[in-house]
Ligand binder design. Sequence first.
Ligand code: BJ8
Length: 429
Amino acid sequence: MQDFEIQAYPELWRELDMDLERFDKARQMLGTAYAKTFLSQANRPQKMAYFDKMISEIFGGRVEELMQAKKEGRPVVGTFCVYIPEEIVVAADGVCVGLCGGSQGSVPDAEKILPRNICPMVKSAFGFKAGRICPYFQAVDFVYGETTCDAKKKTWEILDRLVPTYVMEIPQMKKERDRVLWLEEVKDFKAKIEEVSGKTISSGQLAEAIKIINGKRLALQRLTRLRAASPAPISGKDALLIEQIAFYDEPVRFAAKVNELCDELDDRIANGEGAFPPEALRVMVSGTPMALPNWKIHNLVESAGAVIVGEESCIGTRYFKDCITEGSQEMDEQLAALTDRYMRIDCSCFTPNDERVTQVLQEYKDSAAQGILHYSLQFCHTYNIEEIKIREACQREGIPYLSIESDYSPEDIGQLQTRIEAFLEQIGG
Ligand code: BJ8
């Protein structure tokens, strides 16, 4: 296994008032887990080197960039949901970062305050702030939450005691009046970003920001399309990692690096080179987001010899499948186009949400998968219940299907491994 270290920045962490001793242990553990999970893979594309570097600098280099932005008076906004319109933050010359929430390490910090029987993602994210063990949480000027699910919307009230937390009201249905509500929320969000940045966003700036974020989404769409090739030119683990990094990297640089990687994947496909042999079974994952560093399911599936070829998830296609219509230089039209694009996100917090079932089936076909693994975090009622409709659709279509509900602890690994192996046997016939 290659040597790998997540770089330490003690001065910076001190400046950010972090719990240095605990955080340094977490840094070392993450480095070891990363090397074991990612660097041990055979046939990795060479252009993954950039994303490895992003991880080695996750607690330093990128944080320094955020601190520099703050020094220049640019707002740094933390988010937890793909509903928060990052175009508006970018238009104000600010930085938008998706905050971490995928680690068991921060859950005990949260459980000292929050109930135990809520979603691990919410607990993990809250615990990072409560324990002062995430430099991004320490660096952001404020956090933007949303009312997607009960666990999140009530946690924001408590999180606000630790870091200023604003909340956008996300509608729960998709009627015309819900769209009107969401447009008003988008306008309020813009007003808040203008207030904290002290700058009025012009339509020219918003047009440019829309183009930048569309560029990131287009690069990720391209990567997704390439994964449909056989043999798959990149592992699911590496693709998931890139989708996770999409939430905290600088968007223009990130899009360029994803496109460079895609150029290499084009060559690999032309030469018949894959990350896995052509006979590897192909699985698509659908369900709740897998926030950094949640690699549990991908690791289990790919360790069993199959390859994951798509993520129908917010850390996945739900984040980038739709772009905002470009071309308008008129603020009201731009905000309407932005609202329409965000209203297309098919999160299970909406009712009804049948477009997600259609989307899952479409992605299954597009990715040339041979089975669907539905993944739901424990205590996520909306995804756990919507799973019924996904399962029924798979039964109707004759698609091999496995549903997993899990958290971040390693306790169920053995049991999951057995179920995944049985599922792969079923697909393989
Ligand atoms: S748009 S999926 S990112 S809300 S898993 S915290 S729903 S209890 S993450 Fe999500 Fe936005 Fe929807 Fe996407 Fe609650 Fe469920 Fe936990 Fe969840």
